[in-house]
Design a protein around this ligand. Sequence first.
Ligand SMILES: [Zn+2]
Length: 288
Amino acid sequence: MIKTWSTPVETETTRTIPCILCGGEVFTPHLFYEGFSYVRCTCCRLVQMNPQPEHDAVRRRYQEGYGGDYLAYELANEAAFLRLQELALGDAGVDSNTALSVLDIGCATGALLEKLRDRGWACTGVEISPAAEYARKERGLDVRSLPLEENRFPDTDFDLVLASHVIEHLNDPAAFVAEVHRILKPGGHFIVTTPNIAGFQARLFRGRWRSAIFDHLYLFSVKTLSRLLTGKGFAIERVRTWGGLAAGTAPAPVKRIADRAAKRLGVGDVMLIRGKRLPAKSTLSAAR
Ligand SMILES: [Zn+2]
């Protein structure tokens, strides 16, 4: 089983934090792999690395290119990743021919933004790894190297915010979702893609699951991610999961059947949730 690209495990200062979803402080062991482990909150069942590395250490990993040549990895897989992202946008119901203002958080080399820009979209990216420089220099894109919250984007600035394979890397996904809510226009959409801990492959492979990696601090299910989004002012409009068996783990015909079944049953390896930005809570209470 080939794992997703990850920083090599190293010893970092860690600390135990209350569950970011429910504030709970009681956890049970859940998944183990070489050098790290996950626990599950007994209250809301969110699977998390806890104790977890400090924010600064996590940030350094990505700024230094995941402890390896991350840009080369991104470039080598760019066409495949772009195709997956375009399929995901279609699954999310986004018509790329209708130009909007979009923020792609974790945009890597900016391949998707370049395509959208060519169709008339107003494009901004956030990418803290060295891939940002490539996106700026080679593609002329507006890509910011600071983490989302530090860019101080104006209120209600974007029609659409994308975060593909980002939220599971963050120390505080709750603060991240709140910030996305702030910068989206009312009625704007947030499309989150992340590995699905409740999917077939996660259940089958447990600690050997390709997404159980040092860099993933949270492993969401549709339930836990939906709860996070609704708690921060989003209405869940669409949920999709896909991926039944990883490439190379089964003959192609078997993989095709497994992929179709996983998507239909909602037990795919990766999930996508489209949330619609509702008015902020303070606005609601003021209107009463
Ligand atoms: Zn919890």
